[in-house]
Design a binder for this molecule. Structure first.
Ligand code: OAD
Length: 247
């Protein structure tokens, strides 16, 4: 792995790291990404599955799709990139992990206090009373689950197109991006806002911004360094370097 002297010396000194992850970090676990020739959005229409009007029009279809996704996600495991980040949280005083992923793999790998910008497929809530539900039983006969308190329709706790991010979460993410010394943008195409703004906010506030991706992205020209390759190979090496320094 080729890294700059600047990144090497920052790894020595920094106690403040903020990380943003996207679908690419879970690709090596076997979860499909959204964009690219094989991405989910090249096969499915987001407007039929990932927005509130589509859900109200055909909640059975949307639940069927998320149940299918849930099964895939339950069958996969966190990969070395998820575990490396879970370890990194113990190596610096100020560490924030922000993810756009809904697959719960960071939490399964042991990361704590993850800022989930787009929700989590393991959670759901009632659209009438707001009650949150962790385990949803969706049967084949009756695909749409109903709230045990008010009988309202339960929906996945996922941010769909056109919806606001969960209250307060983006503010916490912005705070972390603003105060960190090193910002890592990992496995995201950086085209979905406001998440894609976070590396730019960090850089504007003086952080050193490093992107880890298989290919260059929309923000490659705006970051300090791009490490091209698999997150599951690059991240464990970076974290090992930090660990040896702490030694
Ligand atoms: P994308 O599918 O847009 O981008 C995935 C990125 O990961 C691409 O830039 C790939 O080059 C990169 N990549 C693939 N495999 C990798 C690997 N092994 N190591 C490192 N990088 C790799 O996914 P996101 O940027 O996460 O939103 O998409 C953002 C949002 O768009 C998602 O959260 C989702 C979607 O619509 C919602 O569902 C609300």
């Amino acid at each position: 792995m080729n890294i700059s002297n600047k990144l090497c010396s920052l790894l020595h000194t920094t106690e403040s790291i903020c990380v943003l992850t996207g679908a690419g970090i879970s690709a090596e676990s076997g979860v499909e990404t959204f964009r690219g020739s094989n991405g989910l959005w090249s096969k499915l229409k987001p407007e039929e599955l990932a927005n509130f009007d589509a859900f109200m029009r055909n909640p059975d279809l949307v639940w069927e799709w998320y149940n299918y996704q849930k099964k895939i996600i339950h069958d996969v495991k966190p990969n070395p990139a998820h575990y490396a980040l879970a370890h990194l949280q113990d190596l610096v005083k100020d560490f924030t992990l922000i993810t756009q992923n809904i697959d719960n793999l960071h939490i399964r790998a042991g990361s704590k206090n993850v800022l989930e910008l787009h929700g989590n497929i393991e959670r759901s809530y009632c659209i009438s009373c707001g009650k949150s539900v962790t385990h949803v039983e969706v049967t084949l006969e009756n695909k749409v689950p109903h709230c045990s308190s008010c009988h309202g329709i339960i929906r996945p706790d996922i941010v769909w197109f056109g919806e606001m991010l969960p209250e307060g979460v983006f503010e916490m993410a912005t705070d972390a991006a603003t105060r960190c010394e090193l910002f890592l943008s990992i496995g995201t195409s950086a085209v979905v806002y406001p998440a894609a703004n976070l590396p730019l906010i960090a850089r504007k506030q003086g952080a050193y911004v490093v992107e880890i991706n298989m290919e260059r992205t929309e923000i490659s020209n705006s970051v300090d360094e791009t490490l091209l390759g698999k997150a599951g190979e690059i991240l464990p090496q970076l974290v090992k370097m930090k660990e040896e320094i702490k030694g």
